[in-house]
Design a protein around this ligand. Structure first.
Ligand SMILES: Cc1cc2nc3c(=O)[nH]c(=O)nc-3n(C[C@H](O)[C@H](O)[C@H](O)COP(=O)(O)OP(=O)(O)OC[C@H]3O[C@@H](n4cnc5c(N)ncnc54)[C@H](O)[C@@H]3O)c2cc1C
Length: 475
């Protein structure tokens, strides 16, 4: 048995841990964040991750000469916690934000052929910042545009603290506020499917209201989009690892935690293959199913609630063409199964041609389809969307499937998501699925890691490092 009181690594200037030691289980964004926050506060930390790399659900792998992300990830300017994380690992410049929200939206369902619209903002106060763009948005009728404006104002008036919102579905609320099926498809679901991984009918009004209020109806710049110009693994694995090392965190990958047990006199034993680590504090930052399996009896009042939190898939279709076929960094689509298309050429290291990632949320219908079927489904759609693909050769076509990409944001899910504190002293929960108020996002994961570290530091009697927890100041 080893006691995990390892002091800060070489080159760190943090205070010595003075005997306090934390084990963080799970090296996704939640766990990495918790480990950094605890280490920055002077606690000795061991981070244990079952897979060979950090980054959890947001990672990269090699395929021949390409570095491929398991799925396209974006964030918004309002994601202050994830932006703090990027800064903390020294990666902000590698995942920059647009100067100003600008989403090209191509519609294929028009009788006159494909038509481009744009969702962009003006330098005006909320909600006027979107007024001009909405007034000119060609994918909605004039009447729909007016009704969208009225629904947005009603949404802005919702009180996110009202627990009743979580019992309602967003689709019914939109219908009750005069939104046509077309408005739902061309606007509400265009944004909602990508951010919530569910259509409006299957989404908790609380989560939808949170996304639309925070992203589109708070600060005019809140919805400016950011994404990694490098592989995700460069940020969430390599740079994260570097930051953890510099903070003195002992990081073990390929190290799956088998069990956790509390000591009678306080403290914890964490069992990994060939070793038992003792700790004063444990942060469990694993998915909800794994958390359920590892939680000791009595740690939550109703642990079976964790199993009630559903999951939803995301699929990415990756296509390498022998020549450039798309001139924009990304676009969204309507009137086709294709949802969002990103140019990943530079990020992947491709030297000739162009590499597009087609990001498909709410992918229940596709997730188990063979590659050949998906090829038949998606290549013709890309030919319709992008005329230049018609003369291009497809050099590579492959698919990445994440069956449990996110928790399902269904009505009622809010009741099932636990907070960071458990009833077991010294044991904390983190993960995008915990009660952050956010949908399953990188932002939610980082917030949960900060929240768990904050709770743990309070119990350890350590002062909270102000800069870590004042996320709103990072906006
Ligand atoms: C394809 C795809 C696209 C997405 N797109 C976006 C997007 O555009 N924007 C956005 O914000 N979010 C997006 N998300 C969601 C985002 O990736 C997740 O919400 C976030 O990464 C979750 O982080 P986490 O740390 O909570 O959990 P996870 O990433 O699941 O991390 C948990 C970690 O725990 C480890 N683990 C489990 N059991 C054990 C054990 N017993 N011992 C040790 N380790 C263990 C796992 O291996 C894993 O690394 C997307 C997700 C996917 C899959």
């Amino acid at each position: 048995m080893s006691h995990g009181t390892r002091a800060g690594g070489p080159g760190t200037d943090r205070p010595a841990p003075a005997g306090r030691h934390a084990v963080v289980v799970g090296g996704g964004l939640a766990g990495v964040t918790a480990a950094l926050a605890l280490a920055d506060a002077g606690v000795g930390v061991t981070l244990l991750e079952g897979r060979p790399r950090l980054g959890g659900l947001a990672f990269s792998f090699r395929r021949g000469g390409l570095t491929v992300d398991n799925g396209q990830h974006v964030y918004l300017r309002c994601c202050t916690a994830y932006r703090w994380f990027l800064d903390r690992i020294g990666g902000a410049a590698l995942a920059p934000l647009q100067n100003r929200l600008d989403v090209p939206v191509l519609d294929l369902a028009r009788p006159e052929g494909r038509r481009l619209g744009r969702l962009r903002r003006d330098p005006l106060p909320v909600p006027l910042h979107l007024g001009r763009s909405l007034a000119a948005y060609p994918h909605l009728s004039l009447a729909d545009r007016a009704r969208v404006g009225r629904a947005a104002l009603a949404l802005k008036g919702l009180d996110l603290a009202d627990p009743a919102l979580d019992d309602q579905d967003f689709g019914s609320w939109l219908a009750a506020h005069g939104q046509s099926a077309r408005a739902v498809e061309a606007l509400w679901d265009l944004v909602g499917v990508a951010t919530l991984n569910a259509v409006a009918d299957d989404t908790s009004l609380a989560l939808a209201a949170m996304v639309f209020k925070t992203g589109l109806l708070s600060d005019p710049s809140a919805a400016d989009i950011g994404w990694a110009r490098v592989p995700l693994g460069e940020l969430h694995d390599r740079l994260a690892r570097q930051a953890l090392d510099a903070a003195g965190v002992r990081t073990e990958v390929r190290t799956r935690v088998a069990s956790l047990s509390p000591h009678a006199d306080g403290g914890w034993s964490v069992r990994i293959p060939g070793e038992t680590i003792t700790a004063d504090t444990v942060v469990l930052a694993v998915p909800q199913r794994e958390a359920y399996d590892l939680l000791p009896a009595g740690a939550l009042d109703a642990p079976e609630r964790l199993l009630g939190i559903g999951t939803a898939p995301i699929l990415n279709v990756h296509v390498v063409y022998d020549r450039p076929v798309l001139t924009r960094p990304f676009f969204a689509a309507l009137g086709t199964p294709v949802q969002w298309v990103f140019d990943r050429t530079d990020a992947s290291g491709l030297e000739r041609g162009q590499y597009l990632a087609v990001s498909q949320s709410v992918a229940q219908a596709d997730i188990d389809e063979p590659v050949a079927v998906l090829r038949e489904r998606y290549l013709p759609e890309l030919r319709r969307l992008l005329p230049r693909t018609r003369g291009a050769r497809v050099e590579d076509f492959f698919v990445t499937r994440e069956r449990t990409a996110t928790f399902a944001p269904a009505p009622g899910v809010g009741r099932l998501r636990p907070g960071a504190r458990t009833k077991a002293p010294g044991l904390y929960l983190a993960g995008a699925w915990t009660a952050t108020g956010w949908p399953a996002t990188m932002e939610g994961a980082v917030r949960s890691g900060v929240g768990a570290a904050d709770a743990a530091l309070g119990a350890l009697g350590r002062p909270r490092p102000r800069h870590l927890f004042a996320l709103e100041e990072a906006a």
